[in-house]
Design a protein around this ligand. Structure first.
Ligand code: ATP
Length: 328
């Protein structure tokens, strides 16, 4: 057993939900049971800490959740936690419940909250990256990303069946307000004609050239995958501009939306969430704090939380090249 003075820790999910959060909760709870410390589940992220909504979780209380999407603890975006009064209330409840540390499963906003809480009250914490966007520095993959990708490619495969039958151009919007990771990987995996993401400079001219090339080369459908945060315009604007340029094209739009957040986590997300959950508990027990547990080159690594918050994973230029070459 790692050296520790910790007796009881809290676990919460915060920010946007992602598939695999339940697997991570289970891993945290079971690792606590293994190392014989108490674990408390805090409901609705920081809001639950403020409203004192928490209860002890034993190893058996997390049975049958390894495969379930969403989060049994629920999640919330807490406005009150952004205020000093809210955080003071949260700290009082934390002390009354004798919690010695926190494990926060969420995105960079959730880590920012935990970091401020640490600066003010010295509560040790470890973050676990749970978001479908894969936009957190310090880990190759975030929990939920792989599941979201699989949901997206299944949907695009179905769209392609319809697109091919009618000779259509489909603009498919996928999640990613600031990051194009989902769009780029799902676009490659579904054979998209073009992929539009905020990290690369796109132009209508290039898009039209690509569509024209697709038609000339004998393709009978084109899928254009567009990240939510694409700067050239949203899918409706892009479809409109395409119709104006090519009046004989049959152009359609699909916005995949929240189906991307749901569903049973994939094997990859379950293994990732299990490893990060155990690593986070072990990290806290070893006296680590203000760190995010992540996976780099298939090894567990801890990254200072400020870096995880401030830095961003770069889009892999090789993937952009592959997408371009394969759209020939
Ligand atoms: P996602 O990537 O899915 O959006 P996230 O963790 O980044 O997840 P946010 O809504 O940004 O989601 O943050 C989650 C919660 O963390 C907020 O609702 C708030 O309670 C807390 N939080 C975020 N930023 C701060 C801050 N500057 N000060 C205090 N608390 C914060």
């Amino acid at each position: 057993m790692p050296n520790t003075t910790l007796k009881k820790i809290g676990v919460m999910t915060s920010g946007g939900d992602s598939p695999g959060m339940n697997t991570a909760i289970r891993a945290v709870v079971r690792a606590c049971a293994f190392y014989q410390i108490k674990c408390v589940g805090i409901r609705m992220g920081y809001e639950g800490l403020i409203q004192n909504q928490m209860s002890e979780l034993g190893a058996r209380s997390v049975k049958h959740i390894i495969n379930r999407g969403g989060t049994i603890l629920q999640t919330a975006r807490s406005k009150s936690f952004r205020t000093k009064e809210g955080r003071e209330k949260a700290y009082k409840n934390l002390k009354n419940n004798e919690l010695d540390g926190l494990i926060v499963i969420g995105g960079d906003g959730s880590f920012t909250g935990a970091n401020i809480f640490y600066q003010e009250f010295g509560v040790p914490f470890i973050g676990i990256p749970g978001t479908i966007d894969n936009d957190i520095f310090g880990t190759d993959y975030t929990i939920g990303y792989d599941t979201a990708l699989n949901t997206v490619i299944e949907a695009i495969d179905r769209i392609r069946d319809s697109a091919t039958s009618h000779n259509r151009v489909f603009f498919v919007e996928v999640m990613g307000r600031d990051a194009g990771f989902i769009a780029l990987s799902s676009g490659i995996a579904s054979g998209a004609q073009d992929i539009l993401i905020p990290e690369k400079e796109d132009s209508l001219d290039e898009l039209f050239k690509s569509l024209y090339k697709s038609e000339q080369s004998g393709k009978n459908s084109s899928i254009i995958v567009v990240a939510e945060g694409e700067e050239l315009g949203n899918v409706y604007d892009l479809a409109k501009a395409t119709e104006a340029r090519f009046p004989d094209y049959d152009v359609r739009v699909t916005v995949l939306g929240h189906i991307q957040r749901g569903g049973n986590p994939t094997c990859m997300d379950r293994v990732l969430a299990s490893r990060l959950g155990v690593a986070a508990v072990e990290g806290l027990l070893e006296g680590k704090t203000n760190l995010m547990a992540g996976l780099r080159s298939n090894k567990i690594v801890f990254t200072p939380i400020e870096e995880a918050i401030k830095k961003h994973n770069e889009i892999d230029q090789e993937l952009i090249k592959v997408a371009k070459i394969l759209a020939v």
